[in-house]
Ligand binder design. Structure first.
Ligand code: SF4
Length: 360
């Protein structure tokens, strides 16, 4: 289809989708009261995270930080702790930075227009469009990978959806269709997301028979939906090897804070050595450092996959006679559990703690 045909198709299909959404929307916690703050928190949490996984986090976050000024004023560690396990922690830090900007510049509220939303930390085209359309009813597009997949099938378009031009075209088409008043912006944007999550799913056969767009959809008609979207193969991830040391003494364990920038910025971690060390090598290293070691226990391997890098880890639990100084501090179990945000990547090595008390 050329651009004119795509426009014509979308103009006809948009109101059908909005009607379908109003009749079929799943009841989700953030849809009950779609205030700008709740829409924003949910949209940020839902990036790269499944709906079912987000639900308890959303409830807990809203209970602890019920509005934007509360988020702006909270200690960063509290925000990261509430995010612990959700991953992509820069999302949480940017939420708080954006809340602080809103307190300083917009009287403690999120702005209602797309352009000003777009300038806030952590808010890209998609999130600005989602907040502007769902919470404020503005004719803004909210295009993510889910939406691009549905549109690639609707138009039977073989262009690689990773190309920025494809996203720009989709945003422009949707914005124009919404500006023309073809459908309520919030219902249309949520409808296309809902379609992509429930019927026009990735990595499997879509449920074309139940789809409100089946009479408009080129790939659905041709029975070729699974061929779309076309994506260029991804580059392989970089692999890093780490040896994690869980140093313990008298009911405390050693942790340090990661730098304020970069992967897992500001989160806590156990001390670690670069590379994969055997138990023998770790024992020798500890002895060379004059560490007051009681015992060393092999905790086995673990692996964690980030978007661009994989950690291949091995871990040792090292009981010490007394606290041993390094670029870490020893914290009691309760503090570690309640106050120190640890990344999911390190969960295999002690979150929650392996045992509560150790005789030394
Ligand atoms: S008809 Fe099938 S391929 Fe087309 S939008 Fe609906 S579920 Fe997706």
């Amino acid at each position: 289809m050329d651009t004119t045909e795509k426009f014509a198709c979308l103009r006809q299909a948009a109101p059908v989708l909005a009607d379908w959404y109003r009749a079929n929307a799943r009841m989700l916690p953030w849809r009950e009261e779609p205030s700008p703050y709740r829409v924003w928190i949910s949209e940020i949490m839902l990036q790269q995270t499944r709906i079912e996984a987000v639900k308890p986090y959303f409830q807990r976050f809203l209970e602890a930080l019920p509005d934007l000024p509360a988020l702006a004023a909270a200690p960063e560690e509290q925000v990261l702790k509430l995010w612990e396990g959700l991953g992509y922690y820069s999302r949480a830090r940017n939420l708080q930075k954006a809340a602080q900007v809103c307190v300083e510049e917009y009287g403690g509220e999120l702005p209602s227009d797309y352009e000003r939303l777009r300038k806030l930390p952590g808010i890209g085209n998609y999130t600005a469009g989602a907040i502007a359309s769902i919470a404020w009813g503005q004719p803004a597009a909210a295009v993510d990978g889910n939406v691009l997949r549905v549109l690639a099938r609707l138009f039977a378009d073989e262009t690689d959806i990773a190309r920025p031009a494809v996203r720009r075209e989709a945003e422009e088409m949707i914005r124009q269709v919404l500006q023309e008043g073809c459908a309520a912006p919030g219902d249309f944007n949520q409808g296309i997301m809902e379609l992509g999550e429930t019927l026009c799913i990735p990595g499997g056969a879509p449920s074309c028979g139940e789809c409100p767009w089946r009479r408009f959809c080129a790939a659905g008609r041709q029975g070729t939906a699974e061929r779309y979207p076309v994506k260029a193969p991804k580059k392989p991830r970089r692999v890093e090897e780490w040896t994690v040391l869980r140093l313990e003494t008298g009911g405390k364990t050693a942790v340090r804070r990661r730098p304020a920038k970069g992967l897992l910025a500001g989160l806590y971690e156990f001390p670690a050595l670069e590379g994969r060390w055997t138990e023998e090598q770790v024992r020798r290293w500890l002895s060379e450092q004059d560490a007051p070691v009681v015992s060393v226990e092999d905790l086995g391997p673990a692996r964690h996959v980030f978007s661009h890098v994989e950690w291949h880890m091995t871990g040792y639990r090292i009981l010490l006679e007394r606290e041993w100084q390094g670029d870490w501090r020893f914290v009691p179990w309760e503090e570690l559990k309640e106050r120190c945000p640890l990344p999911t990547a390190l969960r295999a090595y002690g979150n929650p703690p392996v045992r509560k008390e150790e005789p030394v």
